[in-house]
Design a binder for this molecule. Structure first.
Ligand SMILES: O=c1cc[nH]c(=O)[nH]1
Length: 179
């Protein structure tokens, strides 16, 4: 196995600030907007963006929820292993709000397709956007594209993009791993 650094900690910080500014351009004070981190790993990115927006750009408190998609995946019956769901926590009304799905890596688009189904249980948002740190180009199985992307990456099928976060993994870094 070999691994190459795609983004180091400084680059991750710069990208997070850019994404935060792009969100402010569109969502201003976030009064009609809800951030939704896709479980499990989109939550780290969503929390980080909330922190940056509130602490560094003085946006008033932003609504942040977590959405688990385990049982909304179209392949969940195909596994023999018992599936373990993560927490879904959406403590506010999404009806007529602008929802931003946040995930670390966009690959086939199937997770986001599942998230679109899962969010329906909480009402009908006025719109749903997608923000990802890494957009794996040419990998999509579905017509799903991000509205905000940190970095576009060409990775071939045997390769994997791994995003690590300081609070969970000790360091902010993105690796391209080849088996
Ligand atoms: O490369 C990939 C593809 C999907 N999910 C990841 O975390 N990395």
């Amino acid at each position: 196995m070999s691994q190459k650094v795609l983004l180091n900690s400084k680059e991750v910080t710069i990208i997070l600030h850019r994404l935060a500014c792009q969100l402010i351009e569109k969502h201003l004070d976030f009064s009609e907007t809800i951030l939704v981190g896709i479980q499990p790993r989109g939550v780290f990115l969503a929390e980080r963006l909330k922190q940056i927006l509130e602490n560094e750009y003085q946006v008033p408190e932003i609504s942040l929820g977590y959405l688990d998609i385990t049982f909304f995946r179209d392949d969940f019956r195909r596994t023999d292993k018992p599936l373990e769901a993560n927490k879904t926590q959406i403590n506010f009304i999404v009806e007529d709000k602008k929802v931003i799905f946040i995930d670390d890596v966009l690959f086939t688009g199937r997770s986001i397709r599942s998230a679109l189904t899962a969010i329906q249980s909480f009402g009908r948002p006025s719109e749903i956007e997608l923000l990802v740190l890494i957009d794996r180009r040419f990998s999509r199985h579905l017509p799903i594209q991000p509205d905000y992307r940190g970095r576009q990456v060409d990775a071939i099928n045997g390769e994997k993009v791994i995003v690590s976060w300081k609070e969970n993994d000790g360091e902010d870094v993105v690796h391209l791993v080849t088996n």
